[in-house]
Design a protein around this ligand. Structure first.
Ligand SMILES: [Zn+2]
Length: 315
């Protein structure tokens, strides 16, 4: 079974505009570096939204088919409190309740293909109730937190959520590493996720993106805590820069944690502009490392789906 353990759905009004523009600024810089042609972030935003905007998740399922991905784990984003609210006063996008309801609807529309976490900022009123409802009523898999909106994973505000995760027997997936403005990655450093994992050894915590540039810290923390997992979603950028940088870190992660705590992910759909899901999956299934870094078939099967299947009880 092949599993994308980390993916999102974007469309007009799905997320704070300030964040979408932040992503477009990053994209414009990459385009300019590669082609020498300056492109306005606003122009890039329009074309990316046109191609990757996916209000009913049908494009996502098409990309999964192309890539040979059997199941995808959707992660609703809630970093609005770190963006343009409430200063603007008028919300022309989905509320957090609506966004989570929509993701639950996608899982009902594509049973056996799409699964979802419940994503909410723990500082929001009614957040804990929403988390419980997501798990108990909508069959969601776990809790997604995005600390870059301005809270630490080991902040006491998060602890009732970890208590609830322990009680309901579900994992907590926490963003870690680089993120465009206006979000602040400092809150998502792996050592803060580790502090939460230390207080809740019965709860599985997933360090998303293996902390990107903090990958050494992420692996170091996870080495001595069996309840810490990592996913390598969003590493298309590192892979594009130098395939061996990615393969070296993936090899290190498997060496340190074992393949059963390391997971493939796309972090789509915005990352499709860097590498299409089928090409990213191919880079995992048939690694072509310039310096000869290699993986066994068993390791590849585990990281591209086996680990997620075990975590979610699918096998
Ligand atoms: Zn993500």
């Amino acid at each position: 079974m092949r599993v994308d353990s980390h993916v999102h759905v974007f469309f007009e009004g799905s997320d704070p505009e300030e964040f979408i523009l932040g992503c477009a600024r990053v994209g414009a810089k990459i385009v300019e570096q590669k082609s020498g042609v300056a492109v306005a972030p606003e122009v890039l935003r329009e074309s990316a939204m046109g191609e990757l905007g996916d209000p009913d998740a049908s494009k996502l399922v098409g990309w999964m088919d192309e890539a040979g991905i059997d199941r995808s784990v959707l992660l609703p984003l809630d970093f609005g409190m770190g963006c343009d609210e409430p200063a603007i006063g008028k919300l022309e996008r989905l509320t957090i309740l609506e966004r989570n309801e929509l993701y639950a609807e996608f899982t009902r529309k594509y049973p056996g293909r799409l699964y979802s976490y419940l994503g909410v900022d723990p500082r929001r009123k009614g957040a804990l109730e929403l988390f419980r409802r997501g798990i108990e009523e909508w069959g969601m898999l776990g809790l997604k937190l995005h600390p870059t909106a301005g809270f630490y994973p080991h902040d006491p505000v998060c602890y009732p959520f970890y208590e609830a995760a322990r009680e309901m027997g579900v994992p907590v997936l926490i963003h870690s590493g680089t993120e465009p403005a206006p979000l602040k990655p400092m809150f998502s450093q792996p050592k803060y996720i580790d502090a939460a994992a230390a207080d809740f050894p019965e709860v599985t915590f997933i360090i998303a993106h293996c902390g990107h540039g903090w990958w050494i810290e992420a692996l170091d923390m996870a080495m001595s805590k069996p309840n810490l997992y990592v996913d390598f979603s969003g590493w298309q950028a590192e892979y594009n820069g130098d395939p061996d940088y990615f393969y070296f870190v993936l090899r290190a992660a498997i060496n340190v944690l074992g393949a059963s705590r390391v997971m493939f992910g796309t972090d789509g759909s915005m990352t499709n502009v860097m590498l299409w899901p089928r090409d990213w999956m191919q880079a995992w299934l048939e690694p072509k490392s310039p310096s000869g870094i290699s993986f066994t078939t068993e390791e590849i099967d585990m990281v591209t789906g086996g680990a997620a299947a075990m975590l979610y009880g699918w096998e």
